[in-house]
Write a protein that binds this ligand. Sequence first.
Ligand code: BMA
Length: 334
Amino acid sequence: MIDFTIGNLQSSVLVHRHPANPILAPRDIPYNPAMVFNAGVVKYQGKYVMVFRNDYGDEVNQTILPHTTTNLGLAFSDDGVKWEVNPFPCWSWEDEEVIRVYDPRLTVIEGKCYMCFAVDTKHGLRGGIAATDDFSSFEILSLSVPDNRNMVLFPERIGGKYVRLERPFPVYSRHGIDRFDMWMSDSPDLRYWGNSKLVLAVEQVPFANDKIGPGAPPIKTDKGWLTSFHAVDIDSSRGKNGWEETWKKRYTAGIMLLDLVDPSRIVGMSSSPLLAPEAAYEIDGGFRNHVIFPGGMILEDSGEVKIYYGAADTVECLATADVDDLIRLCLEGK
Ligand code: BMA
């Protein structure tokens, strides 16, 4: 039960929405799209590569909900802003047990590309990790037990181990309500995961009263691993706010710094959201308005950080910020 509401939230003045937003929308997709969002983005072999979530249905409009059928699409870019979409989806996993794969996150480690993803199965929600060379075939390396998702990989081994952030769904000890936190596990080979630790609890985030989860894969800075997360607050007075009958949640993006050597240790965190829903494409006309869901973060040589996020579960957007500003935000806690 939610015992307090969060109220009005604003984005940090240090982050800038790109004027080309939304940078990818259903109109850009050459096959059966309805909502194009929650993408993973990396720089790989000289190009920006995006794998995005495409939800589609037989009949899509604002009164008939999409049939939550999902595939993953692929797009390439030379500048990270203008995207060329491949003519076909790159992955939908056909298996008796699998309902759909969604919310991809990409990380390049030692020159190889890995994709974390969520899988709805008939027996629970699993977090997966796959390796790919060409974004058309994916070798599944590991699948968690239910319920876990929002996995992201760090872009290098730490202390010799691969490390991931993740978000399990602890129902029993959290009294069956959404009080979900961010965790971390490590692995010698990306297949076997253990040594799990709590990283950030939802009650440590002043702009969440519901749940949090990892956002984009962390980027390395000299002050720590710069890491985004999504934070959810519920206000039961919210009513219809999108295509569904009611949508009481709001998703914002937070930012924090994790220790370079022991990333389960938080070095600093901004006490306000980095991005809160404000732009028209975030608050109006979407499937679920007031949702910002970061899934990709790229540090450019210039110090610019590109932050890719799904908006309103309907389109994909880009915001930018200076890396030193983001570090300061975390260290000053504001
Ligand atoms: C979460 C996930 C995300 C989605 C968000 C808002 O639980 O399903 O894929 O963007 O809800 O609907």
